[in-house]
Write a protein that binds this ligand. Structure first.
Ligand code: 5AD
Ligand code: SF4
Length: 454
């Protein structure tokens, strides 16, 4: 009896409390915020989308690059001012920075009341009770098992068309530049049955696209209760949920991406013809220093496989410029690889040294900032050119677009995406979010396509 009474009391005391969740960083963080929203709303909190209106602000943070952390620290400073005026107002830090900075955030910076790492969100209600009792609360324990597989996320994206499904957590790869293995812990996969039922539930609610998320989806593996499921098999199971449901996934790893995955992609019309395959560098010696587990040749072979199994598949990538010891010649190899592959899209970054990583411990961050920037600008210009070129090929063609909502630029226009993940903007006509429409492409920039429904 007692625990139940306690739950009731807690629910009553939290009933009027409003929480605002602000999310930085990757799709995984956005997906985690939906878990946090679920944990809190089932414990009596109400969500608000305005920080001014909230009794509690939770910032779900990213540590991937130094500037991501600086952004969050600035934001915490804004809230610190409000905390001074309004002592009952509470601020919490969740996610990767919570894990990395731990009690520093509570003690030294004195900016926050609660610090919760990515594997401890179930503990939030108890921790919030602690702060109600005037104590500071922290839980940054990483887990080998937690996948939140029984928690139904509260969808924070209002479109009702696209959703994320987290299929695994953590990463065991130890790329030399990357802080993720330290902030998100060991890799673990989620029960495929819970993934499939989450996808079915989303279809019932009217969703038309899911993105399966993991730091390295190709190493997804579930082996328990008589089931043995790898990523290719999981993809097939989700594709079979409904032909109306489009499937995307992110992120693939070049060392682990198998032809089986490509074959499943080619077999199901509702799996999008799009792969995000981060290369990081086009030079084998740099890839080795990065501890990526593949060479330039291996990567090119994987690209050749994609093109042979799915000739129209769009490919995007991540690239880092100015990694430790990167010479001009090594940078040139990245440029040459980009010219060979002509990516549809790329996320490009300059190297930012992160605490505890292999690179920080063993290598020198010796490419001057100016040179990192110069190389970055060079690849950005090149990528813009490639994106424009790709987009120009769609001119005059009619593409299927899943409508996601009203365009930011004009109330009269909707936007959506093609299977290739390109954004298309077009006059609304009769179309509504969740509809599949055929759009003839009439114009383009390096970022979007424009067209009209036919
Ligand atoms: N510096 C710059 N970029 C980084 N990334 C990861 N760590 C760093 C770092 N220390 C980039 C990689 C990765 C993407 C998510 O972020 O390109 O694929
Ligand atoms: Fe970081 Fe590499 Fe893991 Fe990606 S695969 S999260 S880059 S360690």
């Amino acid at each position: 009896m007692k625990p139940k009474e306690e739950t009731l009391v807690q629910t009553a005391s939290n009933l009027s409390k409003k929480v605002y969740i602000e999310t930085y960083g990757c799709q995984m963080n956005f997906s985690d915020s939906e878990i946090v929203a679920s944990v809190l709303t089932t414990n009596g909190y109400q969500l608000t989308n305005q920080s001014d209106d909230a009794d509690l602000v939770l910032i779900n943070t990213c540590s991937i690059r130094d500037n991501a952390e600086r952004k969050v620290l600035n934001r915490l400073n804004d809230f610190k001012r409000r905390k001074k005026k309004e002592p009952s107002f509470k601020v919490g830090v969740l996610g990767c920075m919570a894990e990395r900075m731990k009690a520093d955030l509570l003690d030294e910076k004195k900016m926050v009341d609660i610090v919760v790492g990515p594997d401890a969100y179930r503990d939030l209600p108890d921790l919030l009770e602690e702060i109600d009792r005037g104590r500071k609360a922290v839980n940054v324990l990483l887990s080998r098992e937690e996948t939140y597989d029984d928690i139904e996320p509260v969808r924070l994206d209002q479109s009702g068309v696209t959703a994320f499904i987290s299929i695994m957590r953590g990463c065991d790869n130890m790329c030399a530049f990357c802080v993720v293995p330290f902030t998100r812990g060991r890799e673990r996969s989620r029960d495929p049955q819970t993934i499939v039922s989450e996808a079915s539930e989303l279809v019932t609610k009217g969703y038309r696209e899911v993105t399966l998320l993991g730091q390295n989806v190709d190493s997804y593996h579930w082996s328990e209760g008589g089931l043995d499921v790898n990523f290719a098999q999981l993809l097939e199971l989700v594709a079979q949920v409904s032909p109306l449901l489009r499937i995307r996934f992110s992120t693939s790893h070049p060392k682990d991406m198998t032809d089986d995955v490509l074959v499943v992609m080619s077999k199901y019309q509702n799996i999008c013809e799009y792969i995000h395959l981060p290369v990081q560098s086009g030079n084998s010696a740099v890839l080795e220093r990065m501890n990526r587990g593949y060479s330039r040749e291996w990567y090119l072979e994987r690209i050749a496989s994609i093109k042979s199994i799915m000739p129209n598949c769009a490919i995007s990538t991540d690239i880092i410029t100015g990694f430790c010891g990167e010479t001009q010649k090594e940078h040139q190899d990245t440029i040459e690889l980009m010219d060979l592959i002509e990516y549809d899209f790329a996320y490009m970054f300059k190297y930012s040294e992160r605490p505890r990583t292999l690179a920080e411990r063993r290598m020198e961050d010796d490419v001057p900032d100016e040179e990192k920037n110069r190389r970055l600008q060079e690849i950005i210009r090149l990528q813009n050119h490639h994106s424009q070129k790709k987009h120009s090929k769609y001119l005059g063609r009619t593409l299927e677009v899943l409508v996601e909502g009203t365009s930011k630029r004009s109330e009269e226009e909707n936007f959506g995406r093609t299977t290739y993940n390109t954004v298309v903007v077009f006059p609304k006509g009769e179309s509504r979010p969740g509809d599949y429409v055929q759009v003839m492409i009439t114009d383009f920039t390096s970022a979007t396509l424009k067209g009209k429904i036919v």
